[in-house]
Design a binder for this molecule. Structure first.
Ligand code: GTR
Length: 427
């Protein structure tokens, strides 16, 4: 019991580490949340009321999308760049014949520069076409499974002593080390495929003035304007390029691709889902500030904290909201509403104060009136559901589970149940 208590205390300390490192005042006391007004999703800038799905799609949605592009994530350049893909079969009989594993190398080229990114595809054998979960991974495709056939990223990776990474270089020691985050066998047994890519292949996750990764191929890489894209937008852009590829893959059902992401990669998944309607389902896991959580609550990570620690994630304009959340003419419930009417699942973790679980639920709840324009069955409960009591209300789903900031088999179980409902599989 004593050991358990010690472990618990350590885990709690670890979960607030980002806040301590940040050296800022942060609030995790519900009674100190300031009063705030959320922009009304059904009122246009000139005050007229939106009351149909068509009005939402033609008047309000494009305005809100533009607002997030201009004020938060930034605009992807329109410049066309060349892309070549090359496939490599790694194992046609993985998991005792249950799956085929392939790698697809994407080479993006502009003039004399190029950027390479590798997609790992694990698809169930026996399906004519498979529904697929598509999401980036944090540490490299080789961390998903122990297989020695999977290539190591050649780009900068996050240092992580627990998986043997120092000097920002991937190493074979990490093979399979993140399997707990990717329950591949379970996915395959339930009929799903997995498509994943190391996010740093698209843009290495450090502030280098936008010189490397996909940024380096575009002419604005030597000086970004205030509304040009930050790293989250490049990661979102990359998900759409993967989707372009999945549409051409005969083993994938392009109508049933769920885009998923944990934490910063959840923010990227949401921005990808907002911009690209081909993602048939969007799943945010513990995405927090700049993701599913309302910023105006100033609970856990604030806009100033995220812009200070990760200045490269958002565009220049977003910095003007540091300590000025009340001045924001938008909040994240509007981002979530951009997913409608596609199924959207938001997941939180009980100890993840930094990501503001309640703020994630409230954003979803406040997005639901837009879902209701399409479908009266999407009525979300007034109160945040109890811990470990997942809620599926029509097109939206939510849970808060016990534990820390992470993506766990429990989370995946709920995502698969939700996908079964909307993708027509049994559960
Ligand atoms: C934290 C960051 C969060 C979240 C997280 C993660 O340090 O403050 O916004 O994105 O990293 O990606 O794990």
């Amino acid at each position: 019991m004593q050991i358990l208590n010690k472990t618990y205390i350590w885990l709690r300390l670890l979960s607030i580490l980002p806040m301590l490192l940040n050296g800022q005042n942060f609030n995790t006391d519900e009674s100190k949340v300031p009063g705030f007004d959320l922009p009304d999703l059904e009122r246009t800038a000139d005050g007229s009321k939106i009351s149909t799905a068509t009005e939402w799609e033609t008047i309000q949605r494009p305005e809100i999308l533009k607002l997030f592009e201009k004020e938060v994530y930034g605009k992807a350049p329109m410049e066309e760049i060349a892309l070549e893909t090359e496939e490599r079969l790694l194992d046609p009989n993985a998991f005792q014949g249950k799956a085929t594993i392939r790698e697809v190398t994407f080479t993006f080229t502009n003039k004399d520069k190029n950027c390479r990114a590798v997609l790992l595809l694990i698809l169930p054998n026996g399906n004519r076409v498979s529904p697929v979960f598509l999401g980036y991974n944090f540490n490299g495709n080789h961390t998903i499974l122990p297989s020695t056939a999977i290539s190591l990223p050649e780009t900068w990776v996050l240092n992580s002593p627990q998986i043997g990474v120092a000097d920002h270089a991937a190493t074979a020691v990490s093979r399979g080390s993140k399997y707990s985050r990717w329950p591949v066998l379970n996915l395959l047994e339930r009929g799903y495929g997995l498509a994943t890519m190391y996010y740093g292949d698209i843009d290495p996750d450090f502030d280098d003035g936008f010189k490397n990764g996909i940024h380096s191929l575009f002419s604005n890489s030597d000086g970004l304007k205030a509304d040009d894209w930050g790293s989250l937008a490049t990661w979102g852009w990359g998900l759409s390029r993967i989707m372009d590829y999945l549409e051409t893959d005969e083993a994938v059902d392009p109508e049933r691709v769920a885009v998923i992401g944990h934490s910063r990669l959840g923010k990227a998944a949401l921005w990808a889902g907002a911009q690209d309607n081909r993602f048939a389902m969007i799943i945010s896991n513990d995405s927090g500030c700049g993701g599913a959580a309302l910023s105006k609550r100033r609970f856990g990570e604030t806009v100033a904290a995220i812009n200070t620690q990760f200045p490269h994630w958002f565009n220049g304009n977003f910095k003007k909201y540091n300590d000025q959340e009340d001045m924001m003419p938008f909040d994240q419930h509007q981002l979530l509403a951009l997913m409608a009417p596609r199924p959207l699942y938001v997941a939180s973790a009980q100890n993840d104060d930094w990501a503001d679980p309640k703020g994630e639920f409230l954003a979803l709840k406040n997005a639901s009136p837009v879902y209701a324009l399409y479908d009266k069955l999407t009525v979300i409960s007034e109160e945040q559901p109890d811990v470990n009591h997942p809620l599926i209300a029509g097109k939206v789903g939510y849970h808060i589970r016990t534990g820390d900031h992470d993506i766990t088999p429990y989370d995946w179980e709920q995502f698969m149940n939700f996908a079964d409902t909307h993708f027509g599989l049994k559960n």
